[in-house]
Design a protein around this ligand. Structure first.
Ligand code: APR
Length: 410
């Protein structure tokens, strides 16, 4: 069939929400809308297999677990194991166990690798008849400031499709098209570069008893569980460093030195990459009927494990707001979506920034100078010895510092 015929072959489809992206944000939005009786179509440019294996974050914080629980989804989508609520901060080889649980009633954080959460969210959405289209290429947005936006894309075999909708959820991450489809100057970016690189390594090696973050004169290192036989490691390095400069022997030597554990058990390394620690916030997180959710709106330093949890927070607020609008003709929550999300975004940015400085400046003084090293050491001392500081830390780690709980959807 000639292209022009193909281009005209499909009449526009109509739905309530078009969700762009099938990562943690997109699949959480899709499931919550489905549970709210709001129809939606998810457009994902990659294959299901590619999305299912993408490994990133590894902890669903207490607040997010309770959010899923309030929607009746926790048992369906949260795999992994309950987090014991203990972190180890190892300073110059000296272990310090700190609690990252605030003692509140209810389900607690889970060590659930991001790809496991996305796989379960996808399966749950599809088993309930959800419309999820993989390999959707060349997605474009039109008329998002009008009453009925249009979304165009090409199917895997090149057919042009058109969807009209009431709302667009931009869940396509930091390199997606949602945010970049907003006219220049509309959103204000707030960016910060920490001047720190992390080599991240995935290996088939025994996980630690507790998530472990280490301060050493040679720099920061960390060891996190990613399943019963898999570990995620981080090593501070120059931001412009290259993974090829880190052969296996160098990785394991650096980890043993910085973790202060000469007997650390190694294993086959299955993934290795270097990224810069950066933070980015876009304000506002909405434009017309386009709502940015998760990494499409903000990037946070991975220090406090808040990246994926912020995406889950945004998704919950967006889904509830759309439900209020569609079922109760109440647009209040939609109008205030951005300001309510940004309150938590900035709170988590501040916490992650504080934690990044504390755990990097306290070690290698060449990175940030002796004065900031002194500040970082004082923060650690206060965290280990002052009950109020320890309590504040555990509240911030749970995500419940605002005292709010998701509460069951109406
Ligand atoms: N069209 C369709 N899909 C797209 C497009 C596009 N133009 N651009 C990106 N996508 C898809 C990506 O393939 C990906 O599956 O959008 C999805 C975005 O997912 P994430 O980048 O994981 O972002 P988000 O869902 O907000 O989750 C944030 O993911 O990257 C981690 O550290 C981050 O833990 C955080 C979490």
């Amino acid at each position: 069939m000639a292209d022009s015929t193909r281009e005209l072959s499909q009449a526009p489809e109509s739905t309530t929400v078009v969700v762009i992206g099938a990562g943690p944000a997109g699949m959480t939005v899709a499931n919550l809308l489905q549970r709210s009786g709001v129809d939606c179509v998810v457009l994902e440019r990659r294959t299901r297999e590619y999305v299912a294996q993408r490994q990133r974050a590894g902890i669903v914080e207490t607040r997010a677990v309770r959010m899923f629980d309030s929607w009746g989804l926790a048992d369906r989508v949260l795999g992994g194991v309950p987090h014991q609520g203990i972190l180890e901060l190892r300073v110059d080889g000296e272990p310090h166990l700190v609690s990252d649980y605030d003692g509140s009633e209810g389900p607690t954080a889970r060590l659930c690798p991001q790809q496991m959460l996305v796989q379960k969210l996808t399966a749950e959405y599809l088993v309930n008849g959800g419309d999820l289209r993989f390999e959707a290429a060349d997605v474009t947005l039109h008329d998002v400031t009008g009453d009925r936006p249009t979304v165009r894309y090409r199917t895997a075999d090149g057919e042009l499709r058109t969807l009209t909708c009431e709302f667009v959820a931009g869940c396509d991450g930091d390199h997606g098209i949602s945010r970049t489809s907003v006219p220049d100057g509309t959103l204000t970016p707030y960016a910060f570069d920490h001047g720190i690189g992390w080599l991240t390594v995935l290996a088939d090696a025994p996980p630690p008893a507790h998530p472990l973050l280490a301060v050493s004169p040679q720099g920061f290192a960390a060891h996190f569980p990613r399943g019963p036989y898999t570990s995620r490691y981080y090593l501070q390095c120059p931001p412009d460093d290259h993974p090829d400069a880190w052969p296996d022997d160098r990785v394991w030597d650096a980890l043993r030195t910085r973790l202060g554990d000469p007997a650390l058990v190694s294993g086959p390394i299955t993934d290795r990459e270097i990224f810069r620690l950066r933070s980015l916030v876009h304000d506002p997180m909405q434009y017309g009927r386009l709502y940015l959710v998760g990494d499409a709106a903000h990037i946070v330093s991975p220090m406090g494990g808040k990246g994926m949890n912020l995406a889950l927070y945004d998704a919950d607020l967006f889904a509830r707001a759309v439900r209020d609008s569609v079922h109760d003709q109440d647009d209040t929550a939609l109008r205030t979506y951005s300001e309510r999300c940004l309150r938590r975004v900035w709170n988590d940015q501040e916490f992650s920034h504080w934690m990044t400085g504390m755990l990097h400046d306290a070690g290698d003084a060449t990175n940030s100078g002796p004065f900031r090293r002194g500040l970082a050491r004082a923060r650690l001392d206060r965290l280990f010895t002052a009950p109020g500081a320890a309590r504040a830390f555990s509240e911030l780690m749970t995500g419940l510092e605002f005292g709010e709980s998701a509460g069951p959807p109406r």
